[in-house]
Design a protein. Structure first.
Length: 182
């Protein structure tokens, strides 16, 4: 855990009907002083939306060779590399060589996130998927964050319904397809 990190606790009821994943989670999420609430919330939602056996938060900014969230199999091999925000092409290239699947969750305009990757060398770029939310969704949800949070997250037909500390919001989960290879 980073020095000066603020710990946020999330008690989550997850119902992802699109994937058939239903679980109750308790997450302790460390927010580094340089991390925005929007980034931390996007990281937490990425964890929930990709929830599977072996999922964990990465070591964060103290460990540059790990993503924000990752899934490991029982042997320790990284199977899913989950970036958050606007990772550079070099990180995507590195991650896609290690993992079977790589995804990016962003709270920013996905076109602006993808644009700098154009013409850059990214291993298996056509398989990378970028997920985003409706404009303003993350900022509106982040305004409801507290140190201890109660969250109900329901996903059906790529529509996300979020109740965060009594504030109810919804957003489509937008997926951008393949990134053209260099």
């Amino acid at each position: 855990m980073a020095i000066g990190a603020m710990i946020h606790t999330f008690t989550v009821q997850l119902a992802d009907m699109d994937r058939g994943v239903y679980d109750d989670l308790t997450l302790r999420v460390a927010r580094h002083p340089s991390e925005t609430d929007a980034y931390m919330l996007t990281r937490t939602l990425a964890y929930c939306l990709e929830y599977a056996e072996g999922i964990t938060f990465g070591a964060g900014i103290s460990q540059a060779d790990e993503p924000a969230v990752l899934v490991r199999d029982m042997t320790g091999k990284i199977t899913v590399w989950i970036e958050v925000g606007a990772p550079d092409a070099e990180r995507l290239h590195y991650g896609s060589k290690l993992a079977d699947r790589i995804v990016v969750y962003t709270h920013r305009d996905p076109a602006k996130v993808i644009a700098p990757w154009s013409g850059k060398r990214i291993h298996n770029a056509e398989a990378i998927r970028v997920f985003s939310f409706d404009p303003g969704f993350i900022d509106d949800a982040a305004a409801s964050l507290e140190r201890r949070n109660t969250m109900t997250l329901t996903v059906t037909e790529q529509q996300l319904y979020l109740d965060l500390n009594g504030t109810t919001l919804s957003s489509a989960v937008h997926m951008r397809g393949a990134i053209p290879e260099a």
